[in-house]
Design a protein around this ligand. Structure first.
Ligand SMILES: Nc1ncnc2c1ncn2[C@@H]1O[C@H](COP(=O)(O)OP(=O)(O)OP(=O)(O)O)[C@@H](O)[C@H]1O
Length: 399
């Protein structure tokens, strides 16, 4: 079936009345550029920020209208709450109280709906949790390319190996890597045309904006649009039951990250850094960011920490290994563990076969499992044990 053109979609939208019930949403100038890819339609609706939450039902009705067009296989409509002079959306002040640390990780009982669901939560109010999802943890980094996504995926798998049910949410909407890391493609199904069923790989439930838009699509998203997509991926996905949801955050510490850290009801954050000084300076910024929004930092992971020569098995601390451990100590934070710079880690994660899933008994999986144990300890309020050093006794061909 030929896919509909953006003009066809706009023609349908011209018959949808705006929230005022009078003019149509196209004439009101609410509709952004319409993107159509393989029958999947995506656009944003600009609404008044103060009414964004109240207009959720309206958003859904627009999505339904789009889905009724012949040839449309899916629709993603996001609300853009424009605020003049503040393109990333307003960053509300820090939450007054950090989430209380409870003694064990277990599925949270479904929470009651907020008293006034139609209203936007007051600035500074704690974000409601996700029913049936025990804990949400962020994996973040001060800058890109330090291996944050690789760590997030392998950490999620290592937590699963501890007997927990785990999900992985790719909040890196500007450069989603979870589809590649888990070897997933295609589009998630929906239960009733609205709630998306997470994709599954290696036992994990996974969700990424990469499943909703074409790969390589230039995503120049405005802040509120990003927030709306993130909210959908958190709250309109059938995550439950989950013990832990690992969120792969976008790299960096700008307003977008700060807003996200605040929007997601996080139990804690794991900061990934390489050992170099520059990376550590950025990691410090990430720590400060989480502090600003009262999200407890569970600790630091040092990635690409050292290199084991495959032929001799000799260890090389090429980046001056140990920087993150020292930094953690200096800052009074837990050091959650170290991951070697390792071809097998790169190859497996770039091929959608993360090392913890494909070589669960190997030394690299052991590094991630040690980190997972420390994360769980930190979540339960205990001081994590120092991560064991991975000792390679002999050359390991092929590793
Ligand atoms: N420990 C490691 N050993 C070898 N290669 C690694 C390791 N960790 C990550 N990599 C590789 O480094 C590259 C960047 O990793 P990744 O995409 O996880 O980083 P990132 O910090 O999430 O980047 P971005 O922020 O740009 O998304 C990938 O090719 C990945 O396979």
């Amino acid at each position: 079936m030929p896919q509909p053109s953006p003009e066809t979609i706009l023609a349908r939208l011209r018959s949808v009345a705006g929230p005022d019930g009078r003019s149509d949403i196209v004439s009101l100038g609410m509709v952004s550029d319409v993107i159509v890819r393989d029958g999947r339609v995506m656009f944003s609706l600009t609404v008044d920020a103060a009414r964004a939450h109240a207009l959720e039902a309206f958003r859904r009705s627009v999505e339904d209208a789009v889905k009724s067009v012949e040839g449309v296989t899916g629709a993603l409509v996001v609300l853009t709450a424009e605020r003049r002079g503040n393109p990333m959306g307003e960053v509300p002040p820090a939450r007054p109280t950090p989430p209380a640390a409870s003694p064990a990780v277990r599925p949270a009982p479904p929470r009651a709906a907020p008293a006034q669901p139609a209203e936007r939560p007051a600035a500074g109010a704690p974000r409601p949790g996700i029913p049936g999802v025990g804990r949400i943890i962020a994996v973040a980094s001060g800058k890109g390319g330090v291996g944050k996504s690789t760590t997030a995926a392998n950490l999620a798998l290592a937590l699963q190996a501890e007997g927990l049910s785990v999900g992985l949410l790719d909040a890196d909407v500007y450069g989603p890597s979870v589809p590649r890391l888990l070897g997933l493609s295609g589009r998630p199904e929906t239960t009733d045309g609205r709630i998306m069923i997470p994709m599954r790989a290696h036992g994990l439930k996974a969700m990424s904006i990469g499943f909703l838009v074409e790969e390589n699509t230039a995503m120049i998203w405005r802040g509120p649009m990003v927030m709306s997509a993130l909210t959908q991926m958190l709250r309109e996905v059938d995550w439950a039951p989950l013990d832990i949801l690992v969120v792969d955050m976008p790299p960096g510490t700008g307003d977008a990250q700060l807003t996200m850290a605040q929007q997601v009801p996080l139990a804690g954050a794991v900061v990934v850094s390489t050992p170099q000084d520059l990376s550590l300076i950025d990691a410090r910024r990430a720590l400060a960011m989480f502090r600003r929004v009262d999200v407890p930092v569970l600790g630091i992971v040092e990635n690409m920490s050292y290199f084991i020569a495959p032929d001799t098995g000799r260890r090389y601390d090429i980046f001056g290994h140990g920087g993150a451990r020292e930094e953690a100590e200096r800052l009074g934070l837990a050091f959650l563990g170290e991951v070697p710079l390792e071809m097998a880690i790169r190859e497996t994660s770039d091929a959608g076969r993360p090392v913890v899933a494909t070589d669960p008994d190997g030394p690299h999986a052991a590094a991630y499992r040690a980190i997972a144990k420390n994360v769980l300890a930190a979540l339960s309020g205990a001081r994590p044990k120092p991560a064991p050093r991975i000792v390679f006794e002999e050359a390991q061909p092929g590793r």
